[in-house]
Design a protein around this ligand. Sequence first.
Ligand code: GTR
Length: 418
Amino acid sequence: MLSIATAQTFQPNYEEANVGNYRLPEVLQTDKGKKITTSRKWEKSMRPKILAKFAEHVYGKFPGRTKDMHFTINSVDSTALGGKATRKQVTIFFTKAADSPSMDVLLYLPNQVKEPVPVFIGLNFYGNHSIQTDPGIQLSERWMNNNEPYKVVNNRATEGSRGAQASRWPVEEILARGYGLATAYYGDLEPDHTEGWKTGIRTTLQEELTIKPEEWGAISAWAWGLSRIMDYLETDKQVNAKQVAITGHSRIGKAALWAAANDQRFAMVISNDSGEGGTALARRNYGETLERINTSFPHWFVSKYKEYNTNVDQLPVDQHMLLALMAPRPLYVASAEDDQWADPRGEFLSAKHAEPVYELYGKKGLGTEQMPAIEQPVGEYIRYHIRTGKHDITLYDWQQFLTFADKHFKQVAKAINQ
Ligand code: GTR
């Protein structure tokens, strides 16, 4: 929760002229000043070091899967959404105990495609039932933030919560273009409040994962869950697990980036409005700052991150280095014009400064020094757009992501046309 002092005194800077000077850590230079010039050296020495720095200073550890993790398929309905989709609901149990911590995965697959399909994967904010009005989706019984318009009452979803966030999940569009969609409620992993860790996996799985709750933050716990969904997808014969695009909006976009940094099975990475602690450069004083995010959401990051509250220049990494960890995979960074809190320019620059690593693989990035005009996406392996409107994920955003996926996951179009 916000401390009253910070809430009253924090004045975000929205003037480009007042951003101040900063020097980013070099993504291709070792601590001893040596230049990295090949993708091999990047992978062997530099990449692991940067990843370890993000774990130590920002997000905390990212453990492997639990030994006894297993899946239960609860339902498969091939007549979902008027016959267009197969809806699968799968529970991932993390241990073999009767009361094992678990997460519920909802998977939609397009019925018109017979081959294994590429899949978009992303966590949701209000339960699987919130992404569609589909009455067949199991209603989440977990704790969630109260929300009047979404009919979340006493921290629980109600029947009226179905489809509450449907505008953020254009399922029919995704399916029509030949993709599947996998999602789970982020609160299955850790409820998003300062005490959430006490009931989330950072506590319930500490023995299985041999990790203490304070060794990772909520973002890392959510990211870990994304990898566990991937574990399931790898077992599903209707899914092309080599073509899974990880997506996420805002805080879940931060989690998606951290998951993809650790887990290179995600073949494409999409960050939507992820801002501070996501794609935006930490060193730019614009909109939300490192100090402010640590004050509002102390549970998201490890406590060491707070040491940089007032001296961000000392942080051994910046967010362009996180984006560089996505290379050579296609990466999409999306911003919104009215989401100045997330610092769209800082998101663009972060993508820009990740380019040298893509270049080591001969992959073209944004291909421009200038931030593009509104709704004029740019770039090849790193793509960027800024759309009109507020902090949100919209049909426009998804349409760009789908086109990006069509381009990089080429055989999709072929499969549909057969
Ligand atoms: C804001 C937070 C942002 C972003 C956003 C969200 O309040 O300051 O960093 O994560 O929440 O998740 O919608």
